[in-house]
Ligand binder design. Sequence first.
Ligand SMILES: Nc1nc(=O)c2c([nH]1)NC[C@@H]1CN(c3ccc(C(=O)N[C@@H](CCC(=O)O)C(=O)O)cc3)C=[N+]21
Length: 291
Amino acid sequence: MTATLIDGKAFAAGLRQRIAAEVAAMRDRGITPGLAVVLVGEDPASQVYVRSKGKQTVEVGMNSYEHKLPADTAEADLLALIKRLNGDPDVNGILVQLPLPGHMDEAAVINAIDPAKDVDGFHILNVGLLATGQKSMVPCTPLGCLMMLRDHLGSLSGKRAVVVGRSNIVGKPMAQLLLRDSATVTIAHSRTQDLPALCREADILVAAVGRPHFVKGDWIKPGATVIDVGINRTEDGLVGDVDFAAAREVAGAITPVPGGVGPMTIACLLANTLTATARVNGLPDPEGLTP
Ligand SMILES: Nc1nc(=O)c2c([nH]1)NC[C@@H]1CN(c3ccc(C(=O)N[C@@H](CCC(=O)O)C(=O)O)cc3)C=[N+]21
């Protein structure tokens, strides 16, 4: 059997169309959502993401503000910029690109962002709200994964989900979202004993470890839905955390890399910016863009 491909690129394009329609309606009422992206340093891969984020922001009708700071920027200067963006009514969403240079305290920087403008959903207030099932800003990558899973499977209720990876930006919030949809969730990681056997129990397998081709074909339960969050630049080009060629012979459905989770992450960043704009203006949350 060859797995169904879950086309994140096409899904993201559809999502952006819906977002663009909502933005047009908001602009008719005199509100234009604005997203500020802050990049510290010159990491070439990061610059590519920042550029495509900026381009897509403008394409859906939002205002895009880019702030590029040198790698040796003092943390106090970054905090001062965040303070200014927090107070700027034209800015509805703030994203500080991670990772930050080593001399900065990442947690302190993230927690300086106004939680209502925290479109990454990384602020401790949003993390706590998500963990307790309250309305929050939800991290973009897990939100995009959830949308694709629901679209492909319908209900996730009662399904066994294994998330490989325990990061604050993907693994942990992904597990929260799956739990909220009544999946039975296990968070696994590099020190999990007999990881292949655990993965073979998963109806839903989310790979977010950041190691190329880490998840092998024989770790996958026949018919399972596999979400590959990995973005690894190798000599063979961009590859995921899953051995795709082997996995697609076993899985029921799988996201490719590129063209899977990545484009959905950016689309969900725009979705979160729209949601943040609606909330600050006392409007209802846009339909289908929040969990
Ligand atoms: N505060 C913060 N929030 C982030 O969301 C964030 C971040 N920092 N730091 C860097 C990572 C990485 N990231 C990606 C988003 C889209 C693609 C994407 O669209 N990838 C395309 C391929 C693009 C290419 O070819 O390079 C794809 O998978 O099809 C990749 C990576 C967001 N990140």
